[in-house]
Ligand binder design. Structure first.
Ligand code: ATP
Length: 347
């Protein structure tokens, strides 16, 4: 239900036949989670709040720095040193008092990812590092949430919509992180670029929520701000699209983790009581393989019969992120002890 003030506020977009009152109601009913209130996050937040998205969650554990202000124009000089999530929510509330904001002033990590994402319809990744991108993607795939992705560097940016009604996800496009992590701190970024890319992301969100137009589901758009080249590539959905989405219960339960020394001790003392599962993709299995079976994260809950009962199940992966999600996925559907190998096989 929109109040009179909202009808006036959104009038210029509501008179668009594609949107109308129905579209505006959909925007008000929608809940969107943003991870990262930095370069990309600021414009996405500003335009989604202004457009009347009813509920917006903002995750960021960082504070505003002087070197952010050339592109993170939601903030100003007096905000330096203040927590981005909190400041962003307060400023956006002034922009639109009809939106409900939740500020998560914390790092988005494997042990809070499910709980934070669970309550939102749509997730938008505005982070700046590969660990977070893979984690956001895996969480969205596990929870069956649509993900809007954006990334920027120097004069070039990318936008995509992942995991929407069976469309490709981030791992279908980039199966593994690059060996080198080039970012804006080392590579630089032109201040206007996150504005351009962030608004494409916000536009995808509006279209997805209102069910209008054509989205970037199954596609990757690349924009070059120096020569105005805009390219759109198709991305094929691989096996992850067919995997049933597990129902994850909201839980405040700590994830059981063990370190490598404990695992070695268990294997020495009672190897027959320990069952190892590599939850990485099959092409990763041989790299640091410590034994057991290979059941990629997305296939875990569909393969419960492959996991014996009455054993200590230890899930492992590259860094300990996916194995933590595996423990959460198995919670409630597998009856038995399940552990994650802290920091992964190379930890
Ligand atoms: N896992 C995460 N949890 C919460 N916030 C995150 C996470 N990963 C990245 N972010 C946030 O995403 C934002 C990314 O913004 P941006 O790319 O503009 O970089 P920045 O860290 O603000 O600036 P710079 O890289 O120039 O120091 C940052 O505010 C960062 O704190």
């Amino acid at each position: 239900m929109l109040v009179k003030e909202e009808l006036s506020r959104y009038n210029r977009q509501m008179i668009l036949p594609e949107l109308g009152l129905e579209g505006q109601k959909k925007l008000k009913a929608a809940s969107v989670l943003l991870i990262g209130a930095g370069g990309l996050g600021c414009p996405v937040l500003q335009y989604l709040a202004a457009a009347g998205v009813g509920t917006i969650g903002i995750v960021d554990d960082d504070v505003v720095e002087l070197s952010n202000l050339h592109r993170q124009i939601l903030y100003n000089h007096t905000d330096i040193g203040q927590a981005k999530a909190k400041i962003a929510a307060a400023k956006l509330q002034l922009l639109n008092p009809h939106v409900g904001f939740t500020a998560y002033q914390e790092r988005f990590r494997a042990d809070n990812a499910v709980n934070i994402c669970q309550d939102y319809d749509l997730v938008i990744d505005c982070s700046d590092n590969f660990t977070t991108r893979y984690l956001v993607n895996d969480t969205c795939v596990a929870l069956g949430k649509t993900l809007i992705f954006g990334s920027i560097l120097q004069f070039e940016g990318q936008v995509a919509v992942f995991n929407h009604q069976g469309s490709a996800n981030y791992r279908d496009l980039y199966p593994a992180p690059p060996t080198e992590n080039i970012n804006c701190v080392e590579g630089g970024v032109i201040g206007i670029l996150p504005g351009l890319i962030g608004l494409y992301m916000a536009n995808e969100a509006l279209k997805l929520i209102c069910g209008i137009g054509e989205t970037l589901a199954g596609k990757l758009m690349s924009v070059n701000a120096l020569n105005n080249a805009v390219l759109v590539f198709k991305i094929a959905a691989k096996k992850s699209a067919d995997i049933p989405k597990p129902a994850l219960a909201k839980t405040g339960k700590a994830i059981a983790e063990i370190d490598k020394a404990t695992l070695d001790r268990w294997l020495e003392t009672y190897a027959d009581k320990v069952f190892l599962i590599d939850v990485r993709e099959d092409y990763e299995h041989e790299d640091g393989n410590i034994g057991g079976i290979n059941l990629p994260l997305y296939e875990l809950t569909a393969s419960l019969t492959a996991i014996p009962k009455n054993k200590k199940v230890v899930c492992y992966c590259q860094t300990g992120q996916r194995s933590k999600m595996a423990v959460q996925l198995l919670d409630g559907v597998y009856v038995g002890e399940v552990y994650s190998l802290r920091e992964g096989v190379f930890g």
